[in-house]
Design a protein around this ligand. Structure first.
Ligand SMILES: [Zn+2]
Length: 457
């Protein structure tokens, strides 16, 4: 590729790579083409140099579970102090009022927050399609493209309403044939399977208590036909376990198995309440887990058994989860939360690097990707650059450890596919105050349950 400009990212303060890259890396086109060891200079002919001596570089962080639309219902009083089921029941009636403009603002807020915290690839689980919201995923695709990020956008679904014994109100559920037709449309229109893909589509019936058994089975068949991944919430709370035992006579994982989902094509949001046998079963199947530490603490759902899952061979990544249960989308802070929550379970010798690995290589594997999540030759040039010159880092020694232990909360620069998407802590071209203003108006209108829907556009 002699005609593509090569950039030497030189002399970083620290870099998260399993191979010596102490003197930086060379990026050409959308890929990492060389790691430069201690004291060396690149062998690749380069024409540009970026001085990274103030930066700690990690692979771009990968978020494996989110609900972007929920940024509209952060810290909302009626859902602020409740566990999952009542939390959901309070929020469903608000979410049922979602409009296309409100979703657009919500998605952009979530993406901006993720990107500014070092995230380059995000998965979103969008299962809310009330009347008028048929183009929800199309809205998400447009926003992801504008930000120049990568995303796995899941076509979620809810098909089991209150009248049939499910949790969500009828106005938020859809017929299965509508779900399947839209899933097929979205895969055919947007899904990229090639190396370096920016948009991938996955299918994601929401949870055992909001989706019919048919929807689970048919989604699995459609996913298999097109070679796309499957995603759902599982083993998040003991209420869910009770629901599955009562309705299906099965524990959640046995239910998942019974509908044809237990395999390497599937990743699960949360995965907290698995017993020792189930952990082995998951590992043998290669089914992955998105660990959502903050959300699990916020809703007091429990602590996922991450080290045991990994020991059994389960790919584990991290997710900030939806912003109604976090209530932020800050990916680097999420890594810190996961580190500390897992130390609480397993002891203080869970290393910082292991937590960073969950958020990078681990998360990439959860999303079925082998081209992102590591700083290695041939990988996509997705990189997060953090500075450590703020007050909170003063006196720190190990720059990589300092990211988590001192609580880094923003990236100074972010590169996706060789392109700078964050420069000096800002997203070029994004009018952030205008976005916050628009999003706030939508958020207020959404929770004003006495006012008609769509009073603000
Ligand atoms: Zn979730």
């Amino acid at each position: 590729m002699p005609n593509i400009t090569a950039l030497w990212i030189k002399n970083p303060q620290g870099i998260l790579s399993s191979t010596d890259a102490a003197n930086g890396i060379v990026v050409q086109g959308n890929k990492i083409v060389e790691l430069v060891p201690t004291g060396a200079v690149p062998t690749t002919a380069y024409t540009q140099v970026f001085d990274a001596s103030k930066h700690v570089i990690t692979p771009g962080l990968v978020n494996t579970h989110h609900h972007f639309y929920q940024t509209l219902t952060r810290a909302w009083g009626p859902a602020a102090n409740a566990p999952l089921f009542p939390w959901l029941q309070n929020l469903y009636k608000v979410w049922a009022r979602l409009t296309p403009d409100a979703l657009d603002a919500a998605v952009r807020v979530a993406l901006a927050e993720l990107l500014l915290s070092g995230c380059t690839t995000a998965a979103d689980h969008h299962y809310l399609f009330p009347e008028g919201m048929d183009e929800s995923i199309d809205i998400e695709v447009a926003a992801v493209r504008d930000f120049g990020m990568r995303a796995t956008l899941t076509r979620g679904s809810m098909t089991l309403g209150e009248k049939d014994g499910g949790l969500p109100p009828q106005s938020t559920v859809q017929d299965l044939d509508v779900v399947l037709a839209d899933s097929q449309r979205l895969i055919e229109k947007y899904h990229q399977s090639e190396e370096g893909a920016t948009i991938q589509i996955a299918l994601a019936p929401c949870s055992p208590f909001s989706v019919t058994t048919d929807a689970m089975r048919e989604s699995a068949k459609l996913a298999e036909k097109y070679g796309v991944r499957l995603h759902t919430h599982l083993a998040e709370t003991l209420d869910e376990e009770e629901f599955c035992l009562e309705r299906f006579g099965l524990r959640p994982l046995d239910y998942l198995d019974s509908v044809g989902w237990l395999g390497p094509q599937t990743w699960l949001g949360h995965g907290i309440h698995f017993n020792a046998d189930e952990i082995q079963q998951l590992g043998a199947a290669g089914t992955a887990v998105a660990h959502c530490a903050t959300s699990n603490m916020r809703l007091a759902s429990g602590i996922a058994r991450v080290l045991e899952l990994e020991a059994a061979g389960v790919p584990v990544g991290l997710g900030v989860d939806g912003s109604a249960s976090n209530d932020g989308s800050n990916m680097i802070l999420e890594v810190r939360q996961a580190l500390y929550l897992q130390r609480l379970r397993y002891g203080a010798d869970v290393p910082v690097q292991r937590a960073l690995n969950w958020a990078t290589a681990g998360s990439a594997k959860v999303l079925g990707r082998s081209d992102i999540g590591k700083i290695e030759v041939g990988m996509q040039a997705d990189l997060a650059f953090f500075t450590t010159d703020e007050l909170r880092f003063s006196g720190s020694h190990d720059p990589i450890a300092a990211l988590l232990l001192c609580g880094a909360d923003k990236a100074d620069r972010v590169m996706v596919a060789g392109q700078w998407r964050v420069v000096d802590g800002a997203i070029p071209g994004l009018d952030l105050p205008e976005l916050i203003h628009r999003h706030t108006k939508h958020a207020k209108a959404l929770v004003d349950l006495d006012a008609p829907v769509r009073q603000y556009a």
